[in-house]
Write a protein that binds this ligand. Structure first.
Ligand code: ATP
Length: 236
């Protein structure tokens, strides 16, 4: 079985079938990307893996254990952390306090390690530890969201649309960080509309369309796939 194994996952919101039998795998050490248009079901998949939504069917297994339907805090403790779409930082709290909240399942020593790691990965955040997070720039808020997700020292980090609304130079910086985090031993599952940059750093990827996976391949294969180029790479 793969490190993260998703089998026939189904997510419904009332009568809406948002995810209709999705299966995919992430192996230990990989960066894997899910690309797809708005409303394809990517966030629903990430939220279900994280325990925020209960699936209508299918299974999620991580590191040899079936974690389907487990509570979110149990899943964090098991080594999976989500950096959610839209960052979801706590705007009235400082950068430092936001980071500490990411360590809500961690020991004081692990919290200290996490704070140091965030400071090392994102020197700009370190300079702003005492700033109220709502006044950070969009890029800084995204760095904070990533730093906060890393506080639980996850084995697998899930990043949902980290590039949303950010300037290309900031996106470049963030993606370099993701590669670094991965090289330091964290497996990454990434959801992105910025398909070009995402596929560039990914070992493999899947295309999600209307709640289903229709195309899969290595990052290179997908970047060269005619359908993917036309639909997600602006026909480049
Ligand atoms: P985006 O890139 O725009 O975030 P996505 O691929 O992440 O899109 P989802 O957010 O998973 O897609 O949404 C999949 C489908 O489920 C959409 O049709 C959406 O309207 C619907 N949906 C998502 N959340 C809810 C909800 N809480 N209640 C009802 N429908 C929902």
């Amino acid at each position: 079985m793969a490190y993260l194994q998703i089998e026939n996952l189904q997510v419904n919101y009332g009568a809406i079938k948002a995810v209709q039998g999705v299966s995919f795998q992430v192996e230990k050490g990989e960066i894997v990307t899910l690309i797809g248009a708005n409303g394809a079901g990517k966030t629903s998949i990430m939220n279900t893996i994280s325990g925020l939504i209960k699936p209508a069917g299918g299974t999620v297994s991580f590191d040899g254990k079936d974690i389907t339907g487990h509570k979110a805090h149990t899943i964090v403790k098991g080594g999976l952390a989500l950096c959610p779409e839209g960052r979801k930082i706590f705007p009235r709290f400082t950068t430092y306090e936001n980071l500490k909240m990411g360590g809500y399942t961690s020991s004081p020593e692990a919290i200290n390690r996490g704070i140091e790691r965030a400071a090392e990965l994102f020197p700009r955040l370190k300079e702003r530890f005492n700033q109220v997070a709502g006044t950070l720039s969009g890029g800084e808020q995204q760095m904070l969201a990533v730093g906060r997700a890393l506080m639980s020292e996850p084995k697998l980090l899930m990043l949902d649309e980290p590039s949303l609304g950010l300037a290309p130079i900031v996106v470049q910086e963030l993606f370099e960080c993701f590669t670094k985090i991965n090289k330091e031993g964290t497996t990454i599952l990434l959801v992105e509309q910025n398909a070009s940059m995402a596929l560039d750093i990914s070992d493999r990827g899947y295309v999600v369309e209307n709640g289903k996976i229709n195309i899969s391949g290595t990052g290179k294969e997908l970047a060269n796939n005619d359908k993917v180029r036309e639909a997600y790479l602006g026909g480049l």
